[in-house]
Design a protein around this ligand. Sequence first.
Ligand code: NAD
Length: 447
Amino acid sequence: MYKYRVSIIGLGYVGLTTAVALASRGFNVIGIDANSMKVEKINNGELPFYEPGLRDLLIKVLDKKRFHATTDYKEILNTNITFICVGTPSLPDGRIDLSQIVSATKSLGNVLRKKNDIHFVVVKSTVIPGTTRNVVGKILVNNYGKRLGENLGLCMNPEFLREGTALYDTFNPGRVVIGEYDKKSGDILENLWRTFYRANQPPILRTSLEAAEMIKYASNAFLATKISFANTIANICQHIPNCDVLEVLRGVGLDHRINPAFLGPGLGFGGSCFPKDVKALISFSKDIGYEPILLEATLKVNEEQPYKAIELAKKHYNSLKGLRVTVLGLAFKPNTDDMRGAVSIKIINKLLEEGAKVVVHDPKAVANARKIFSDKIEYASDVYNALKGADLVIIVTEWDEYKKLTPSVFKTYMRRAVIIDGRRIYNPQTFRNEGISFYAIGLSEGT
Ligand code: NAD
């Protein structure tokens, strides 16, 4: 059987999780990252970000010497398969920024130049169709003398993990997609994953490089569109007397053709993936001559959705000037400290623009929030301090800790108990029965 020795370039959420997971199942893995501070932290058993369960597993694989991190690309020469997991953010015009992919590929090419045995390169980062073949493949062939199908294998293996459940998703994916330049490369990668999954084999789909790249974009675009659809229905329900969107969407989601996942009302999607991936797909589509109006609408709905919280606040207070407003939740979703693209940023900026005094709380993301807002807002050490003296609270991220709060907590700590439930985590009737002014996305007056 092929003896895999794995290297992973880019130790962010995807790269580090993949590296640690592979190492925990007996693979020898080397992680390469350009950021020396990150590398040092990881080698000391610390995570550069918050992800449940990952630290314990990292410490185990470091102890067993199955994994270590380095900045030195030369260590790739001790491996025979390399996953590229660097970031692919948006450029200001929405197009994909491939600079990390290009620089990682060049550094990789520089060390592979000296290698004669076959080396397999797998792109795991989300990249627009054509990138694996025409950017990564071409750089390695044209600039570093590699020969595809001879001493260079090439695959595209999109990642579907979710932050907050990254480890679970890595061990239990719904499917694995392998885009391949040639059959041999695909066989090698399929065999690696089959070895990894042991008794828990997911469906493995073999495709062209471009189809694999497109599957990732199409999946994210579909989920983002489903969220914007749910929010559109919520915004309509908001104007229908006696109509709660939760009842409506429950009724819709029970149709097995539709399914309830990603069909909840809220303040829109954020994060490092959906917004930038939908934008990249739109720009790519336009560049190749198709105007993707459905996806443009998905983004437009999402851009406006966070401001629904402000609209609801203004139903209660004509002006927010001088009010003390508490924002509960900063991370783009629960169980992560990631604030990239978080809707909390838009909401806080708007509140500041309206002249409100903003106090925030988040179980994990405060350090990241400080980098964005510094001393423009107040950071509370716990939920109770956050609520103390507040005129209004907006639930922005649905952390479990917030779901457990009872009406009496809000009534005890707030100056005036006015709640905007941006994530529909509370029962409106329970709160209103306690005399709380309660507003929520998709909940019309009278409901
Ligand atoms: P990230 O920004 O957290 O991590 C990227 C890492 O790459 C950083 O540690 C950075 O220092 C390193 N890096 C950048 N350039 C480098 C270079 N030239 N050499 C070595 N290291 C370099 O990114 P992420 O969130 O892990 O995402 C990685 C890719 O996976 C992206 O394309 C993303 O769209 C995709 N993806 C992310 C998720 C997610 O939930 N975060 C899920 C699925 C897919």
